[in-house]
Design a protein around this ligand. Structure first.
Ligand code: COA
Length: 254
C-alpha cells in the first residue's frame, strides 16, 4: 500500500500519511506524492478543499532520518522543497487533522494550513537544532510571528515539544477534540467549506496571504540553503547516526 493515500469525495481531497511503522516519517517519494497531489488539485475543479491527516497514534515524525543521512545537497531541487513550495502556495482551503507526535515538518507544514484540528494526544516539536539543522518551511519567520519571539525560541532553539493546549493558546490549533473525533471534525469542516463558492474561498485566502507570500518564499529559500549546508556537517551526521543507533548524540566534537 502507498505511503500517501489519496481519496477524493464530494469535492474533498484527503491525503493520509500512511507509514505508521516508521511513525509516518517522510521519504522523498512521499514528499513528491504530496507535492503532486497539491499541484494537480490546485486546478482540478473536482477538488475544492484538501485535508491532510495521519494516524490516530502519530501525525508524522518529520523527515526520514535515514534519508537525511543519504540526501545530496540538492536544496531547492529536492522533493521536500517542492512539497514546501506547493503547500505554501496552495490556493484552496487546507485543513490538517493532527493526533500524536508532529515532529519537524510534521509541525511546520501546519503553519501553511488554514484550519488545524488536534487530538488531545497531539505533541508538536521542531527539534532542528537538536539535529544540527535549522528551521525550514519558513518556520523561522512564521513561528515567532504566531507565538511571539520568546516562545518561538523555546520551540526552535531548545526544540522543546508543546502539547495541544499550548498549540491552541498560541493559535496554531483551532480546536482540540478526543483523538477518535479529529478526522471526523476535519471532514465535517471540509464539507462545510466545499459547499461554499470556491471563487470566494480562493480569493479570500489569496487576500489573507498576499501580504507576506513573497517574504515566506524568500525565507524558505534562505532556510533551504542553510539547511542543505548543515545537513552535510558533522553535527547533523552525528545526530542522525545517534538516532538510528538509539543512543544520545555527542556534539562535543562538532
Ligand atoms: N525517520 C526514520 N525512522 C523513524 C523516524 C524518522 N524521523 N521516526 C521514527 N522512526 C522509526 C524508528 O527508527 C523506529 O524504527 P524501528 O522500529 O525499525 O527501530 C520506529 O520508527 C518507531 O520509532 P520509535 O522512536 O521507537 O517510536 P516512539 O513511539 O518511541 O517515538 C517519536 C516516536 C516520533 C517521538 C520518535 O520516533 C522520534 O522522535 N522520531 C524522530 C523525530 C525526528 O527527529 N524527526 C526529524 C525532524 S527534523
Amino acid at each position: 500500500m502507498s505511503d500517501i493515500l489519496i481519496h477524493v469525495e464530494a469535492g474533498v481531497q484527503t491525503l493520509t500519511i500512511n507509514r505508521v511503522a516508521k511513525k509516518n516519517s517522510f521519504t522523498p517519494a512521499m514528499y513528491a506524492a504530496m507535492a503532486q497531489a497539491l499541484e494537480q488539485s490546485s486546478t482540478d475543479a473536482g477538488v475544492r478543499v484538501t485535508v491532510i491527516q495521519g494516524d490516530i497514534s502519530v501525525f508524522s515524525a518529520g523527515n526520514d532520518i535515514e534519508d537525511f543521512l543519504k540526501r545530496k545537497p540538492d536544496g531547492e531541487e529536492s522533493p521536500a522543497f517542492s512539497f514546501l513550495r506547493a503547500i505554501a502556495q496552495y490556493p484552496k482551503p487546507l485543513i490538517a487533522a493532527v493526533c500524536g507526535p508532529a515532529v519537524g515538518v510534521g509541525t511546520t507544514l501546519l503553519f501553511h494550513c488554514d484550519l488545524v484540528y488536534a487530538g488531545d494526544n497531539a505533541a508538536f516539536s521542531m527539534p532542528f537544532v537538536n539535529l544540527g539543522l535549522c528551521p525550514e518551511a519558513a518556520s523561522s519567520l512564521l513561528v515567532p510571528q504566531m507565538m511571539g519571539y520568546h516562545r518561538a525560541a523555546e520551540a526552535l532553539l531548545l526544540g522543546e515539544p508543546f502539547m495541544a493546549e499550548a498549540a491552541l493558546e498560541v493559535g496554531l490549533v483551532n480546536r482540540i477534540v478526543p483523538p477518535t473525533e479529529v478526522n471526523g471534525m476535519a471532514q465535517a469542516q471540509a464539507r462545510k467549506l466545499a459547499a461554499k463558492p470556491l471563487g470566494s474561498l480562493v480569493e479570500t485566502k489569496r487576500l489573507m496571504k498576499k501580504g507576506q507570500m513573497a517574504q515566506v518564499l524568500a525565507q524558505m529559500a534562505e532556510e533551504g540553503e542553510s539547511f542543505a549546508r548543515l545537513l552535510q556537517e558533522p553535527a547533523a551526521k552525528e545526530a542522525f547516526t545517534a538516532f538510528l543507533e538509539k543512543r544520545k548524540p555527542d556534539f562535543t566534537k562538532s
